[in-house]
Design a binder for this molecule. Structure first.
Ligand code: GLU
Length: 321
């Protein structure tokens, strides 16, 4: 089996990232598989190469090792999405030719008016299928005025899958409403397209990531089906939150690994406290200093109950969050 950690280098690595990396790594080790790291720097406005390099430095400082990816190489590279645009472009063009995609000329104001309307199923903002039914003549006219985005022509689909921690899941796709964008008008490829194409190309069989990405699975299963590839197994892990229940993400000024390092934490302490907070290990296993090595982590219980929730509270970091 092959598992992966696929961070977006849009800021410094924080405890939320370490938590996911740790679980993905642990699962791979317990199955004696291959661990891959991929840099999801597809969003050229937010992601930076330098942040990606720092992120890799941080992973190395933490002692997390990977078998395939940036710096170590491998047969399925490059492992930076910014170096894989030609692959995404070729797929978009092939699909456009086959009529699986259609150009969308809707402007931002129009899309905003749809998304502020009462939402459909699951409370997610949906498209109204407007450009799906444009005639060739209309498209030709619009093409003169605007560069289109490209949307997937979705068919009615229902997918059932079992998430390792969240249990039986049901995803439903509706034609029109769920016609998601694969390439934006500004030329940027969508996360869903890049992540699925790369996971297929790199032979990833297990996807472990944060609970917040669970709603993306439906669109991703559609892409696996369209690309004729088997879907991976999924594990959507609870998000780590602070004492007040706030998510430790970059946007909320969460604690970065660098800050923890500066305030005296070692990699072993960070690992130990995270694993302890999540109930992966016992206080006996981490000892009085609550430290843990990666090799000891392999004894951690990844199937425990605390992972079957949406959040894990971190209260054992004595630093102001
Ligand atoms: N790059 C995504 C993120 O950092 C994760 C993608 C995935 O694991 O599917 O949020």
């Amino acid at each position: 089996m092959k598992g992966r950690f696929a961070p977006s280098p849009t800021g410094h690595i924080h405890l939320g990232n370490v938590w996911i990396a740790m679980l993905a790594w642990l699962s791979v080790q317990q199955q004696q598989g291959t661990f891959l790291v991929r840099m999801e720097d597809i969003d050229t406005q937010r992601a930076k190469r330098s942040l990606g390099e720092e992120l890799l430095d941080d992973l190395e400082w933490l002692g997390l090792t990977w078998d395939e990816g940036p710096r170590v190489g491998g047969a399925a590279g490059p492992y930076w999405q910014s170096e894989r645009y030609s692959l995404y472009e070729a797929q978009v063009q092939a699909w456009a030719k086959e009529g699986i995609l259609y150009p969308c000329y809707c402007n931002r104001a129009r899309l905003q008016s749809i998304s502020s309307a009462p939402h459909g199923h699951e409370g997610i903002a949906h498209y109204d299928g407007h450009c799906r039914h444009l005639s060739e003549m209309e498209c030709q006219q619009l093409r003169l005025q605007k560069v289109p985005s490209w949307r997937m022509k979705i068919a009615n689909r229902e997918y059932d899958f079992t998430d390792r921690w969240q249990g039986t899941q049901h995803a439903q796709l509706w034609p029109g409403a769920d016609d998601f964008i694969v390439k934006r008008a500004d030329g940027m490829f969508a996360y869903n397209l890049a992540v699925v194409m790369d996971d297929i190309a790199m032979g990833v069989t297990e996807v472990i990531r944060g609970y917040d990405l669970l709603p993306a699975v439906g669109a991703q299963l559609w892409l696996y089906e369209s690309l004729g590839a088997p879907a991976p197994t999924y594990g959507h892990a609870p998000l780590v939150v602070d004492e007040k229940g706030y998510r430790l993400s970059k946007r909320q000024q969460s604690i970065t690994l660098r800050e923890l390092r500066q305030s005296g934490y070692s990699g072993a302490m960070i690992l130990g406290r995270l694993a302890l907070a999540a109930g992966l290990v016992t206080t006996k296993q981490v000892g009085p200093f609550e430290t843990l090595t990666w090799s000891a982590l392999v004894k951690g219980n990844i199937e425990n109950l605390s992972l079957k929730q949406q959040q894990v509270k971190l209260t054992n970091f004595d630093i102001v969050i």
